[in-house]
Each structure stands twice: as structure tokens, then as C-alpha cells.
Design a protein around this ligand. Sequence first.
Ligand SMILES: Nc1ncnc2c1ncn2[C@@H]1O[C@H](COP(=O)(O)OP(=O)(O)OP(=O)(O)O)[C@@H](O)[C@H]1O
Length: 224
Amino acid sequence: MLALSKVDASINNIPILRDISFTVGPAETVALVGRNGAGKTTLLRTIMGFTTCHGEMRFEGADLRAVDPHRRPGLGIGYAPEDRRLFSRFTITQNILLPAQVAKLGETETASRLERVYHVLPELRDLGPRPAGSVSGGQGKMVALGRALMLSSRLLLLDEPFQGLAPVLAQRYAEALGRLREIDPTLAIIITESNPELLRSFASRTITVERGQIDSDASNERTT
Ligand SMILES: Nc1ncnc2c1ncn2[C@@H]1O[C@H](COP(=O)(O)OP(=O)(O)OP(=O)(O)O)[C@@H](O)[C@H]1O
């Protein structure tokens, strides 16, 4: 589904990623781990088209680099960035609906995708009318997941979703991912995390990044 081959990426002419090659297939949950500053966020941003990169990136067989960054979500790729990037004056629901509007989805399709989001994250139904600026950091992570789910029919990229979450919210977030897996078994998910142990239980595979390069890529013993 997603295949990177010898990808180098830089930000403001500073080389960050070197010689990145891996593939992710449907139904895989991949943990992308590495120390702070290893390059995990940059790798997700490269897939979304926000860095200068060289090498080959293919998505469902087509050249992903030829697709403008703002069109990549429309291919079925959802992205929840580490810093959430919610529009604080918009309501929670408006934030969640935004990608659907940008992708010009029809009303019926948008409504059914919103129902899918509520199935995975029931608490967002009640939070919906509140301005996004009024929710806690942890709740904001749930909203960012909901927004990413609107278009993630094929691939979901989550950047450090557990960082800074109180244990109760982390548990709810993990349960939400479990519900997502149940209703969408073929979705591919890539989750970044600096603590490799945290994702071992529900990721089928762990890719370790160190200083901008892939250090290891191995299946996990326990899978979901
Ligand atoms: N805008 C930028 N300009 C210059 N260098 C950057 C920029 N963004 C990231 N970097 C550098 O790229 C490297 C990789 O950063 P990245 O954010 O991808 O790491 P990470 O593995 O996601 O780290 P963390 O776990 O702390 O989020 C770091 O050395 C960082 O300083």
C-alpha cells in the first residue's frame, strides 16, 4: 500500500532523513519508535508532503510525490499531527468536518463518515458544539484523531498520540483504536512513540528510527 524507497528528506535545507526504505501493507499497525529528535515526525510529514524529499514514495502503486500535499488526504490518508493544529475558534464538530469539506465530500458521505468517527470516539458527540479552544490537551488529541479519521479510509498516521495523556485518557485512546481496528480491519496505521514498550501490545511491527535512518524493522510477537 505504502512503499518508501531510499527516501532522503530535509527541512530548510537541513538534511534530516537518510535512505529510508520500508513498506506498509493493509491491516498493519506499525509502531515508529525512536528517541526525541530521531526523525519520526519528519517521516510522517514527509509522507504528507511537508518536507523536501528525494527518492521514491508510492501509495497504492502510484507516485505519491506527484500528488500535491493538500490532495494527499483525499487519497484516504488521515494524519493527526503531534501538535494537533485545531482551529480554536471553530467548534469541535467544525474541526472534525474540515477535511471532508476540503475534499469536497457529499453530504451523505460526510454524515456517514462522521457517524464512523462517533462510533470510534463516542465522547466527541457531546463535545461537538464546544469551541476547540476550550478543550483540554488530552481531549484535543481525541479531536485530532476524529478529524484524521474523516478521510483515513486507507492509511492513518498518528504522531505521538499518547504523549502527555493522563492514564485514563491514554486508556480511552487505546480503546478507540481497538474499535477502529474492529470496524476497519484493512486500515493501515502508523503510530509514532518515543517509548518502544508502549505500542508493543497493539502494533504488529516496530520500525526504529535513529538519527534520521532506519535502525531496525521487526515483527512484534504479540499482535492485535
Ligand atoms: N523546522 C525544522 N528546522 C530544522 N530542523 C528541524 C525542524 N524540524 C525538525 N528538525 C530537526 O529534525 C530532527 C528530527 O526531528 P523530528 O521532530 O522529526 O524528531 P522526532 O523523532 O519526531 O522527535 P520527538 O520525539 O521529539 O517528536 C531533529 O534533529 C530536529 O531538530
